[in-house]
Design a protein around this ligand. Structure first.
Ligand SMILES: NC(=O)c1ccc[n+]([C@@H]2O[C@H](COP(=O)([O-])OP(=O)(O)OC[C@H]3O[C@@H](n4cnc5c(N)ncnc54)[C@H](O)[C@@H]3O)[C@@H](O)[C@H]2O)c1
Ligand SMILES: [Zn+2]
Length: 373
């Protein structure tokens, strides 16, 4: 088996370490920094504090980032970078803010709109401004991935753009920043972590280093997600979920995600189900399907290493965990028509689906969505 591994992001992990943004900003040797932050951090004072502490290194801010960021937000952010001759970017927020910042920090060096590269297969230029990523959810792992997931709401397309230029230069993971996540966001983003770990593991591109990361991250999710959900101020659970999110990011960035992420795109786009919750909805279903494949023994072995009897037992635990945290295990309330189910099937046929270890047919997707609906 041949495989390659690369991880170019410098990582600083620990409570309170957001205060190190100023030192890293100074060490980069660039001036005129832009802070791209989730709107929430302009209301609780953290964005202002980071700008102030930067001692003049950060000169502008951008806060127009919505969950599932739109391509127009990336273009607007890139324009701001061009107009102000920004030298580096700090991204503060969940996957949405980090992904918007990553794409803007690359596209700003071209005269293009991100639309040229989003869902078109045109390769992104690798040149980019230095980026410091500071995640505030324990979810996407975007701080260490080469992926930016963007949505073109006008054309109804959500899809990842992949570029080696998207790896941030630095990631600062400060668990304290996640304490303010409401339980519903903790639950959804935490199930996203589990999806990254399991999908990275069973991906067609799986490889030993990422497998080890997947096992470690999944173990932490099963041990600590419910604690973080129940008690947002449980410091140990928050820290362990941040560790899980980061390490699950390492587990999937090279092998890439598979079927559950493919199905999440239409569930989010058409029916507004948040990213993590949408991924989690089909995770136990695909675990059971994939365990029947040629490499199904690998998934059974992972389940056993996590303390379950087999994949079926692990899938039951995933289903129960979602239920306990009030996450969706079905979409019955949406009262979907046959045409709407057909749309879900059609749009789930996304490139990530072809990275699933088992071939997934339209009939299987239809049967799955009919059961969920
Ligand atoms: N780049 C990648 O590698 C990658 C991987 C998986 C998913 N994604 C993408 O990332 C996006 C989802 O990111 P996410 O799940 O981190 O959520 P998010 O960034 O969309 O944020 C979700 C909500 O939580 C709020 N929030 C974030 N942090 C908070 C905090 N500490 N306290 C209070 N509120 C907070 C935000 O304001 C927002 O309303 C999706 O677009 C998804 O497709 C990217
Ligand atoms: Zn995800």
């Amino acid at each position: 088996m041949n495989w390659d591994y690369i991880q170019p992001v410098k990582i600083s992990f620990g409570k309170g370490r957001v205060s190190e943004v100023k030192d890293i900003a100074a060490s980069i040797g660039c001036e005129n920094g832009l802070l791209v932050a989730d709107p929430f951090f302009f209301t609780n004072g953290l964005a202002e504090r980071i700008v102030k502490e930067s001692g003049g290194a950060i000169t502008a801010t951008f806060g127009k980032v919505s969950p599932n960021p739109d391509v127009t937000e990336v273009d607007e952010c890139a324009d701001l970078i061009r107009q102000n001759q920004i030298g580096f970017v700090v991204a503060l927020g969940g996957g949405s803010s980090i992904d918007c910042a990553k794409a803007a920090a690359s596209i700003c060096l071209t005269g293009d709109s991100i639309r040229k590269y989003h869902g078109t297969g045109v390769p992104m230029p690798v040149a980019h401004l230095p980026l410091i990523a500071v995640p505030t959810t324990a979810g996407t792992g975007s701080e260490v991935t080469c992926v930016s997931v963007l949505t073109d709401h006008a054309s109804g397309r959500k899809s990842p753009v992949v570029s080696d230029g998207f790896y941030p230069s630095y990631a600062i993971i400060d668990p304290e920043l996640t304490y303010s996540m409401p339980p519903k966001v903790t639950a959804g983003t935490g199930i996203d972590v589990l999806s990254h770990a399991l999908e990275g593991y069973w991906s067609r591109g799986h490889q030993p280093i990422c497998d080890a990361c997947a096992l470690h991250a999944a173990d932490l999710v099963f041990k600590y997600l419910y604690r973080a959900y129940e008690n947002p101020m449980d410091e140990e659970a928050r820290e362990k979920m941040c560790e899980a999110s980061l390490i699950a990011g390492l587990a999937f960035t090279l092998p890439k995600t598979t079927s559950s992420h493919a199905c999440s795109f239409p569930l989010t786009n058409l029916h507004h189900i948040p990213h993590g919750e949408a991924c989690g909805m089909t995770l136990d279903y695909f675990a059971r399907i994939n365990a029947k494949g040629e490499e199904g023994w690998r998934i059974d072995r992972l389940a056993e290493a996590l303390g379950f009897q087999d994949t079926g037992d692990m899938a039951d635990a995933i289903h129960d965990l979602k239920e306990k945290m009030g996450l969706r295990n079905d979409i019955k309330d949406l009262e979907l028509s046959e045409d709407q189910i057909a749309d879900l099937v059609r749009i789930s046929r996304h490139p990530n689906l072809y990275n699933n270890p088992m071939e997934i047919t339209d009939e299987q997707l239809k049967e799955m969505y009919q059961k969920l609906a």
